[in-house]
Ligand binder design. Structure first.
Ligand code: PMT
Length: 407
């Protein structure tokens, strides 16, 4: 399900000028404002800025080629053009401006320009003489007539050693002008979201514990996406090696018991609870105060008695007032059937299932592929970066929360 209220989706076209080195900064500025950004580079742009740098900051795979079969299979260029709420071209070289003005669609970026109905913004960047040339002036006039907003350029010293108009305006200024024009994305404005992430550790003695491979990445990405969508986010984190996303309150815990205590006292004050953590189902019956010695183990078949941990997400169903509850399910067989059953048994409003038998997704990987299951249907999200999954999930959860009359 999608609403009009989704995070703003921006295609960032980057053409081949020296100012392209500022594109990762522009992606960051747009993401801070809550936007989902797909970078689109011309072939010349790839000489100035790497796809790797852009992918790292955008959390979406950059697109460069109209003929990339893999990328087209994931989202064809016409679909991409429809997906966008805005197309920004920054830097826009004299050459790209000329092609846009004349309707020449000879690469992915210029094709997207013709195919999108979203508002278009260009931030010119070129040598002062090229900027002052009559042809550039004519082309820009034509773009303005076609409804394109021209941002800048700024005056100043240029990379080529000349001085005057032609510098691209700064990334923060571009981001502010575009988001002011299209409206900022705040699907979770005014909501309080509580999220758990990472594993728990259940100690047997001071140095040994039971745990699992959760890195915390999916939960942290969700916390960041919820914050960017306007929520006030509290993140209860198991032992992970991840920095705290900006603007988020983080509570560090170690064991399932500590995680339960941290969640139980906060859940009544949350509007939405998302349980991403891989909480250990069992803990050792006895926690030894000193490190167990090999000599203390009477046989080679050393056995540890285990006790069941309380189910955190299940217990929140009984909290009053009860938040909107979204669980996760890590499954290795028949994922959908098991997740549907888990959602009912644990009284969750929705559950997000990932097939953790696939080593390329789920535990401790950069990507995930999930299905969100709720009372009214199921939404599959194909393999993508965990950040991109998180932003899509935030849109879906916000829509479900609103349609449940809670938003
Ligand atoms: O951390 P990453 O490396 O990024 O990996 C992400 C992930 C694979 C951990 C994540 O996507 C995921 O699947 N999280 C849920 C893991 C899990 O414990 O699933 P489960 O099917 O065992 O539990 C179902 C639900 O009950 C979960 O919401 C879990 O948080 C919750 N639970 C489980 C046990 C317990 N004692 N209390 C709980 O609240």
């Amino acid at each position: 399900m999608q609403t009009d209220n989704h995070a703003k989706r921006i295609l960032l076209g980057i053409s081949g000028g020296i100012a392209a080195y500022k594109a990762p900064m522009l992606v960051r500025n747009l993401r801070k404002m809550g936007a989902d950004v797909v970078p689109v580079l011309t072939q010349n742009a790839t000489r100035f800025v790497t796809e790797t740098a852009l992918q790292a900051v955008a959390d979406n795979r950059p697109r460069t080629d109209l003929w990339d079969a893999d990328a087209e299979a994931a989202m064809g260029h016409i679909e991409l053009a429809r997906w966008a709420d805005a197309l920004i071209i920054a830097p826009a070289t004299a050459n790209v401006i000329a092609r846009l003005a004349n309707g020449i669609a000879d690469d992915l970026l210029t094709t997207l320009y013709l195919a999108t109905t979203a508002p278009v913004f260009v931030a010119p960047a070129m040598n002062v003489k090229m900027w002052e040339h009559a042809a550039t002036g004519r082309n820009l006039e034509r773009l303005r007539d076609d409804g394109v907003t021209v941002l800048g350029p700024a005056d100043g010293a240029q990379a080529c050693g000349e001085f005057g108009p032609g510098r691209m305006i700064e990334p923060d200024e571009i981001a502010e002008k575009v988001t002011a024009a299209i409206g900022t994305p705040r699907v979770l404005d005014g909501t309080r979201v509580l999220i758990t992430a990472g594993p728990t550790r259940e100690f047997l003695d001071p140095v040994r514990f039971i745990s699992n491979r959760s890195s915390g990445r999916q939960g942290f990405a969700l916390a960041e996406a919820a914050h960017n969508a306007g929520a006030q986010v509290t993140l209860v984190a198991g032992p992970v090696h991840l920095p705290t996303p900006t603007g988020i309150e983080r509570i560090d815990v170690v064991s399932a018991k500590q995680m339960k205590d941290a969640v139980t006292c906060r859940a009544p004050h949350a509007d939405i609870f998302v349980s991403v953590a891989a909480v250990a189902d069992y803990r050792p019956h006895t926690v030894h105060g000193q490190k167990l010695k090999k000599s203390q183990q009477r046989s080679t078949d050393f056995r540890v008695a285990l006790k069941e941990n309380e189910d955190i997400v299940g217990s929140i169903a009984g909290v009053k007032p009860r938040p909107f509850v979204v669980g996760f399910a890590a499954e290795t067989e028949s994922p959908l059937e098991h997740a549907r059953e888990k959602r009912r048994r644990k009284c969750m409003d929705a559950i997000v299932v990932n097939d953790v038998s696939d080593p390329a997704i789920g535990f401790d990987s950069s990507d995930n592929a999930v299905t969100l299951i709720h009372a009214g249907g199921e939404v599959g999200l194909p393999k993508m970066r965990k950040g991109a999954i998180a932003r899509r999930l935030v849109d879906e959860i916000a829509a479900l929360y609103a349609s449940a009359g809670r938003g």
